[in-house]
Ligand binder design. Structure first.
Ligand code: CA
Length: 223
């Protein structure tokens, strides 16, 4: 899962990025609404976390701007402005949820899962491929009901491939699922993840194969 965090408190942003990373979430971070608009044009996000008091204005004004571009990405407002009237403002402007600071990462995760469970986002819920069932929200994989432990980046590659199984997924899309935009990506890193993932899936009897479409990307096929 890849999310956009719009937050100007640097320390909070770093701590949150690290904490969400433990749940397998790739976080792009910016402190500016202007950059956020550009990032949402460039990247498909599963959710957006939005602060209110930002250097270039009130965070809430980003919500109608984003909706006007036709995107219904779930937005959770994270803010110290947590009076009842302020929460009503946020929800009425189209936020999907509103969480006052300070908060526990566990509660944020539960609220993220809750907004992603809503019917409009349900396609994301569980993916079956071969003998696997993949749960992108809890980042878990089972093969015939037995849990399969995968390193985080391999798991993220698998989710991205399984979401579009039988279709070619571009290298750039796979890299975007695994790395945030600040990370350096070694040119063969993706291929190395794929080759380890192939081996683990074969050992687990997942009955899927991952095909290399030279120079374009990869494709996951059920056997
Ligand atoms: Ca702020």
């Amino acid at each position: 899962m890849r999310i956009l965090l719009i937050e100007d408190e640097k320390e909070l942003a770093e701590a949150l990025t690290a904490a969400l990373g433990k749940y397998g979430i790739v976080t792009d971070h910016t402190a500016h609404l202007g950059d956020a608009a550009e990032l949402t044009r460039q990247n498909p996000y599963d959710a957006i976390l939005l602060d209110r008091r930002l250097p270039d204005g009130e965070g809430l004004r980003f919500i109608p701007e984003l909706r006007r571009t036709g995107k219904d990405t779930p937005i959770i407002v994270l803010t110290a402005l947590n009076e009842p009237k302020e929460r009503v403002e946020g929800l009425d402007l189209g936020a999907d949820d509103y969480l006052g600071k300070p908060f526990l990462v566990e509660e944020l995760m539960a609220r993220l899962r809750a907004v992603l469970r809503r019917p409009a986002n349900l396609a994301e819920l569980k993916i079956t491929a071969g003998r696997m069932v993949i749960d992108p929200l809890h980042l878990s994989v089972t093969v015939d009901d037995a849990p399969l432990d995968l390193p985080r980046r391999e798991l993220l590659v698998l989710v991205a491939l399984a979401k579009r199984k039988e279709k070619t997924v571009l290298r750039a899309t796979l890299e975007a699922a695994v790395y945030n935009y600040e990370e350096e990506i070694q040119s063969n890193a993706l291929d190395a993840h794929i080759s380890r993932l192939r081996r683990r899936l074969a050992e687990a009897g997942a009955e899927v194969s991952i095909h290399n479409i030279r120079g374009v990307g990869y494709l996951l096929r059920e056997e």
